[in-house]
Design a protein around this ligand. Sequence first.
Ligand SMILES: C[S@@+](CC[C@H](N)C(=O)[O-])C[C@H]1O[C@@H](n2cnc3c(N)ncnc32)[C@H](O)[C@@H]1O
Length: 245
Amino acid sequence: MKTDQSLVESAPSISTDDAQAMFNKHLATYRKIVGENLMFHHEVYGLLHNLLSQEMLKPFKFLDVACGDAVASAAALKGSAIDHYYGIDLSLQSLELAREALKSLLCPVDLRCCDFVEAMADWSDSVDVVWIGMSLHHLQSEGKVRLMKNVHDTLTRSGLFLIWEPTLLEGENRAEWLDRFSTYRIVCAAITDEEFAAMEAHMRLADFPESADTRKAMGRQAGFSHAEQIFLMPNRFGRVFQFWN
Ligand SMILES: C[S@@+](CC[C@H](N)C(=O)[O-])C[C@H]1O[C@@H](n2cnc3c(N)ncnc32)[C@H](O)[C@@H]1O
């Protein structure tokens, strides 16, 4: 695992990973989607901001797993008591943007260009809040639980784990969730047919949503005593969950 200034020299050979290469290629599309608030980043990261401002009154360490360009995280953390930011992402291009966005934070910023599964398996610094925005769903069920266990072991006793993830409606399966997403094309007027098709292709290749009940059960399996849904996206494609002890 490499950090900070060594980012450029240490980029992993992501061209071997189809899903990641596809994501990098469409980073500009993702930023457009976020800019148009098509995924409700405004509401989700507004909720994160309120939660951190109200519940984390003492200095805290924040780990952003799959941070991407961290623009929304930087805004959510502004004015909070954060005293150390850690960000992990496989995309060097995103981390370079993150470095700029996080300049607004008045604390050390530690960016690591690596696979979050590997990073969390040997994470040694204890943290107070772990946030995963739209990224855990790339793993299969067993991998999700293992990752959540590693998060649990990384957190301080009063720590918080928050995830924002694609979520199935009750009784819905993955294929139905993906088909439901196809009908969202009409709302995404700001992006081209080609961009929407690329996003769908990425989702069909790499997205494995879970139901809310499964998600909460996974949290308990990972060692958390409490699991609660705290937000439902207005388009009902995803939810935010909070886990704690
Ligand atoms: C949909 S974006 C989410 C970005 C941001 N968290 C958000 O809420 O908008 C997914 C991010 O996960 C990263 N990613 C996907 N798989 C990864 C992995 N195995 N290890 C590290 N980063 C990964 C991608 O590079 C991308 O930046």
